[in-house]
Write a protein that binds this ligand. Structure first.
Ligand SMILES: NC(=O)c1ccc[n+]([C@@H]2O[C@H](COP(=O)([O-])OP(=O)(O)OC[C@H]3O[C@@H](n4cnc5c(N)ncnc54)[C@H](OP(=O)(O)O)[C@@H]3O)[C@@H](O)[C@H]2O)c1
Length: 311
């Protein structure tokens, strides 16, 4: 099969579109024929070697941890899926990924793909969708009427987080730049702050929840816009606990894991029209270097899809 693999850490030159053996299928695995994958910042972070301390990979490594496709074969212990099912997943990042024509994924990391969207759209949902769900629903437990600030609302995670917060009845303030204002309004943001012109901490006040997708100074300033008891949820780095305590606010950091249960909830929201994936760019698998460059620019719009093959 064709796959994009790396044989060493490095810049985009290490990405090789090449022949690779078909994955082994363990008893709890489902072999998925990949129709589409998507690019997430973690892909190039792993490519560059930034996660070496956390996960010791063996080379060659197939990158990519988002997929939508069709079940091609099932392991002997698989009970929930059958050949021909359309499925989507954010699989285990410790295994070979989805920049390939086939990928083996544990059954409990897979869900049925939403029927109302294409494979290309569905492939962009799992990783960013699980992150947004864990932040907005599981951790912050956003409820109707709450004020929620979402940073980088035009990005992969932010564009889903805005929609999740809106679907729960929140008042959403979003940061992005002017060129993405209309898009972010169209997915439900009540107010948009152009971070290039205004300091969000001078505009957003008394927030119940802030989603930090940026880290650094954005994270630091985010603590000060929370109302007492509010929560800062970061997907970048653990916020300083002492400072949060001194301000009378809460903080949390999360690093996502695969979750079929969350994927099923996201699929239900898509099918009920409350969530739509924003696909800002689509590349063929062999053009992966261009897709990584766009992600690494920090200015992708919505998600970057990778088309792999039929149907
Ligand atoms: N911990 C976890 O489990 C987890 C899970 C998922 C993602 N993440 C991390 O979360 C981060 C965000 O991921 P993502 O996929 O959403 O990224 P992304 O799609 O690459 O984000 C791009 C967006 O960020 C916006 N942006 C850039 N600088 C900004 C600023 N200073 N203020 C507001 N918006 C800004 C850009 O808008 P403009 O073009 O208008 O500037 C662009 O639309 C990444 O570092 C990723 O690795 C962590």
């Amino acid at each position: 099969m064709k796959a994009v693999r790396i044989h060493a850490y490095g810049n985009a030159d290490v990405l090789k579109y090449e022949d690779a053996p078909l994955p082994d299928v363990a008893p709890n695995d489902v072999l998925v024929q990949v129709v589409a994958a998507s690019v997430n910042p973690v892909d190039w972070k792993i490519r560059e070697g930034y996660l070496q301390q956390m996960i010791s990979y063996q080379f060659p490594l197939t990158l990519g941890w988002d997929v939508s496709g069709v079940v091609d074969a099932v392991g002997s212990k698989v009970t929930r899926f059958k050949v021909g099912d359309a499925v989507f997943s954010r699989p285990d990042i410790r295994r070979n990924g989805t920049y390939a024509e086939y990928v083996a994924i544990r059954e409990d990391e897979l869900a049925l793909k939403p029927g109302t969207i294409s494979h290309v759209e569905a492939a962009t949902l799992p990783l960013a969708g699980i992150a947004a769900w864990e932040a907005i629903v599981t951790t912050a437990k956003v409820t109707a009427g709450q004020r929620v600030l979402i940073h980088a609302a035009s990005g992969g995670v932010g564009s889903i987080a805005v929609q999740l917060a809106k679907s729960r009845g929140a008042y959403v303030i979003a940061t992005t730049s002017e060129k993405n204002r209309a898009l972010v309004r169209s997915i439900g943001a009540d107010e948009v702050i152009d971070y290039r012109v205004l300091k969000f901490e001078e505009v957003a006040r008394e927030m119940d929840v802030v989603l930090d997708t940026m880290g650094g100074q954005v994270q630091e300033a985010s603590l000060s816009v929370l109302k007492p008891g509010g929560i800062l949820v970061s997907i970048i780095s653990p916020p300083p606990e002492e400072r949060a305590k001194a301000l009378g606010v809460r903080s949390a950091f999360l690093f996502i894991q695969p979750s079929a249960a969350i994927l099923s909830q996201l699929a239900a929201l898509v099918e009920s029209g409350k969530l739509r994936p924003i696909v800002g760019a689509e590349f063929a698998l062999k053009d992966i270097a261009k897709a990584h460059a766009l992600s690494q620019s920090g200015h992708a719009v919505g998600k970057i899809a990778l088309y792999v093959g039929q149907p």
